[in-house]
Design a binder for this molecule. Sequence first.
Ligand SMILES: Cc1ncc(COP(=O)(O)O)c(C=O)c1O
Length: 432
Amino acid sequence: MTQKTNSDLMKFDQQHIWHPYTSMTKPLPCYHVDSADGVYLTLNDGTQLIDGMSSWWASIHGYNVPSLNQAMQAQASKMSHVMFGGITHEPAINLCKKLVDITPDGLECVFLSDSGSVSVEVSMKMAIQYWHHQQPSKKKFITIRNGYHGDTFGAMSVCDPDNGMHELFTGFLAPQFFIDAPSIKFNEQWQQSAMDDLEQTLEDNHQQIAALMLEPIVQGAGGMKFYHPEFLRQAKLLCERYDVLLIADEIATGFGRTGKLFACEHAEITPDIMCLGKGITGGYMTLAATLTTRHVAETISNGPSGVLMHGPTFMGNPLACAVANASIDLLMATDWQTRVQHIEQQLQHGLLSLADHEQVTDARVLGSIGVIETKQSIDLAKAQVLFVELGVWIRPFGKLLYIMPPYIISDAELATLCNVIKQVLSADIWYQ
Ligand SMILES: Cc1ncc(COP(=O)(O)O)c(C=O)c1O
């Protein structure tokens, strides 16, 4: 491609295409990626960047993975898509079988959908339909501050009320109950008083509450915080005591990212409903799943409507299911836990000492997630240019500089990511 045609493409992009959370009149700079292989993104001028983001948690095996490519090609030549209403197929059956096998015991019924946000909507519908004929007053959700569950309206209503989009959509978003984010960090000493807010809010309002929605252990886009597993264990007990379902949004944490296959395993709990997405296809295609127990599924199915009220056009897309099967097979065939532990140790070594840096308020690591929280807000445009100059793809937001690389990253590549983070902390990347 000539330089001229590339600049034409970029001009069209700027003038006509919205990117995530961007303006059409003042778009942020955008990089033209031509291909991706292993942990490298290759820009159209040939620049190679080490990917620290796994395309927002999704590309757990890296890019251009032979067995995933092969699975998609084989499926494409058989059947790329067919409606799921009245029709079923092997890729979906095999995938649901695997999901039932690997998720916590008791999650047996699977609803496939197109994206993480939609799987959250489905989980909320499941909870409301579960109570519909038993206790119709239970139509609200309780959730913890700093949460992020997606950009559709139901999901937005349970995102953090301050750093989410509540203000912008006031009057349209369903009002929900919010409790303080868990105060005790992953490795801190547990204190039972951390449950007071949840217990009191449930005590006062449980007749109105269908479910507690939370991200287990790691709160992602709402603040990249890691909380104590005991909070999750106790939350499950409180949900049982107050007749409230527990929805675990494992869209970011699922498939090994936190060091356990699913973050719920840190607390050894089975939620009533679990949402999966992102890494489910190894980042190849958009696909999500909402799993629930037989009890919840049967209660919904024995209700007045007799059915779960959802059915997207691309439900159970065979291409996406085929690549998800290949991704899960690949994950389970590798010693992913040792890999993630190794990445965790390297992140600890490379990032935790940065807590002493004058620009840093906190440095934390869990599994293959490394987070640096800064004193000042980071100017994304400035930081992005610098990261690309230094040969890495890291995309900070607010006061958070974080990485969650593909599990296949080498020691040298991960060391480069950590060193670059150290370097940019001393550069002029701050929002004025
Ligand atoms: C925990 C969590 N839930 C839900 C979502 C929404 O998923 P999607 O972007 O696929 O709609 C995200 C996306 O970042 C997420 O991190």
